[in-house]
Design a protein around this ligand. Sequence first.
Ligand SMILES: Cc1cc2nc3c(=O)[nH]c(=O)nc-3n(C[C@H](O)[C@H](O)[C@H](O)COP(=O)(O)O)c2cc1C
Length: 171
Amino acid sequence: MSKNILITYATYTGSAQIVAEQISANLSNKEFKTTVMPMTEVKDLSGFDAVIAGSAIHGGMWLPEAFDFLESHKEKLNSKPFAAFLVCMTMAMKNSEKYLQFVSDFMIPVRKIVPPVSEGLFAGRLEIKKVQSLTDKIKFRISIATGVMKEGDHISSTEILRWSDSLSHLL
Ligand SMILES: Cc1cc2nc3c(=O)[nH]c(=O)nc-3n(C[C@H](O)[C@H](O)[C@H](O)COP(=O)(O)O)c2cc1C
């Protein structure tokens, strides 16, 4: 019987949802049954054999609702295969491979609550008009002006496919 996988996300501007949907599309092709939903809507994990959860990164952390999800469901999450991903702009920077350890450390607080069987670190997208705080808008404009970041969509379907392929035998 095919395994039932929950793929759940926390997002601010939509990239984590896109990543979740691409993971789902790939795993459905491998005969997993997948459900994609925002973390804020997850009520009960009993019907799922494994969970993949991912969040946008703000200030080097998963979003607060993603930690609420982990805390609310930690017993069940610790009893089944759990894989985690993050979406951030550091992974979209030039020579992002230099920052892999730095980005991987964004997962330390997640690991302390539920250790993932695997972690996906993905580039996201930046749309300054969707950033609410003026201070954050200015910070991003400076990063763009100095060439540190580029506005726009940096989601790599190839990287998402590679990671989700690697999950098949872990879930
Ligand atoms: C307020 C704010 C803070 C952010 N902080 C970080 C950060 O600390 N590190 C980073 O690499 N990206 C950071 N980003 C970039 C987001 O992680 C990136 O745009 C991601 O794709 C957003 O995902 P979402 O579209 O699912 O919300 C930040 C974005 C915003 C708006």
